[in-house]
Structure formats: structure tokens, C-alpha cells
Design a binder for this molecule. Structure first.
Ligand code: ADP
Length: 155
């Protein structure tokens, strides 16, 4: 009997965490023993939401699911994987624009660390128009974004 723990990180800015992100996590849960939603902290990027807020919202969605954890990281994504023992990087694909961007990152990460595999999940069509950028624009202009967010998140 082989017992290996399959750990994946789901890296992103999650500014904020949307139904699109939630769908990728839900669908990946049966594939892994643990999913670490990993918020990349970029010192140069002036994020609209604080890291604390983003972390708190995601934690509220998964408070009853011990398979999902939230962490922040500042180093290279593959170095963070090494540090926490994750062999998989999870990413979602919406369209060909995502594909082009993600392909280059995945190939570069493979060059940097061949032991780590990037796994892609194609999100459902009914969520493929949802992006954190559009949601932030709605918020900046005073609109209601609740229909695009997990029910636990109340901005
Ligand atoms: P980043 O800043 O690294 O692009 P995001 O927080 O925007 O991170 O997204 C994290 C991951 O979630 C990315 O792989 C992105 O393609 C995916 N994603 C975001 N929204 C959706 C969606 N509506 N459907 C499927 N995947 C999505």
C-alpha cells in the first residue's frame, strides 16, 4: 500500500476570490489530499484589497473543509512549492487568452523545477466571463457584486 500525500497549491492574487476560483478548487478537491490556496504577495503591486482581507474571505469559504488551507508567499512559486512539499500547481483556464499566458508560465516553471507539474482545470462556461478585475471595477463604481462571489464573502 503506497501512501503519498498529494499537495497542490492554487496560486493567485484572489483580489477578490470569485465563484470562478471557487469552481476550480471544488473540482480539484477529489484529485488532491490538500489544496493550499496561495496568495502571491507582490511588494511592487499596489493591490486594491489588503492581503489580510483576501486571506480572511478565502478562509471563511473553507472554514469547514480541512483539505483546504490559505497561505501567502513572496518567493518564486516553485520555491514556495518546495518549501511546503507541494508537487502540483493548480491553475484555471477561461479562454485562449488565459491559455497563452498560462502556457508560458507553466513551461518556465517546468524549466525552473522539473519535479513540479502544473495542472489545468477548464472552468465552467457560465463562469468564464468572471474575473477579479471586472469585479473590482464594479465595486469601484458602486455596483453589487454578490452574485459573482461565494455566498460566505460579504464585501
Ligand atoms: P493571477 O493574478 O495569478 O492571474 P487570479 O487571482 O486572477 O491570479 O487567478 C488565479 C487563477 O484562477 C488563474 O489560474 C485564473 O486563470 C483562474 N481563474 C480566475 N477566474 C476564473 C474563472 N472565472 N474561471 C476559471 N478560472 C479562473
Amino acid at each position: 500500500m503506497y501512501k503519498m500525500s498529494k499537495i497542490a497549491i492554487f496560486p493567485g492574487s484572489f483580489s477578490p476570490f470569485t465563484l470562478g476560483h471557487q469552481s476550480i478548487v471544488e473540482r480539484s478537491l477529489p484529485l488532491f489530499d490538500k489544496i493550499i490556496i496561495s496568495i502571491g504577495v507582490n511588494a511592487e503591486k499596489n493591490e486594491y484589497f489588503s492581503i489580510e482581507e483576501r486571506e480572511k474571505w478565502i478562509e471563511s469559504v473553507y472554514k469547514n473543509n480541512p483539505k483546504v488551507e490559505v497561505k501567502r508567499y513572496e518567493e518564486l512559486t516553485v520555491d514556495f512549492c518546495d518549501k511546503i512539499g507541494a508537487k502540483y500547481i493548480l491553475r484555471g483556464l477561461r479562454d485562449s487568452h488565459d491559455f497563452k499566458y498560462e502556457k508560458n508560465i507553466a513551461q518556465t516553471n517546468k524549466d525552473l523545477n522539473p519535479d513540479i507539474e502544473t495542472i489545468f482545470i477548464i472552468g465552467p462556461a457560465k463562469l468564464s466571463h468572471i474575473s477579479s478585475t471586472i469585479i473590482r471595477d464594479i465595486i469601484k463604481n458602486g455596483g453589487d457584486v454578490s452574485q459573482f462571489l461565494p455566498k460566505e464573502i460579504d464585501l
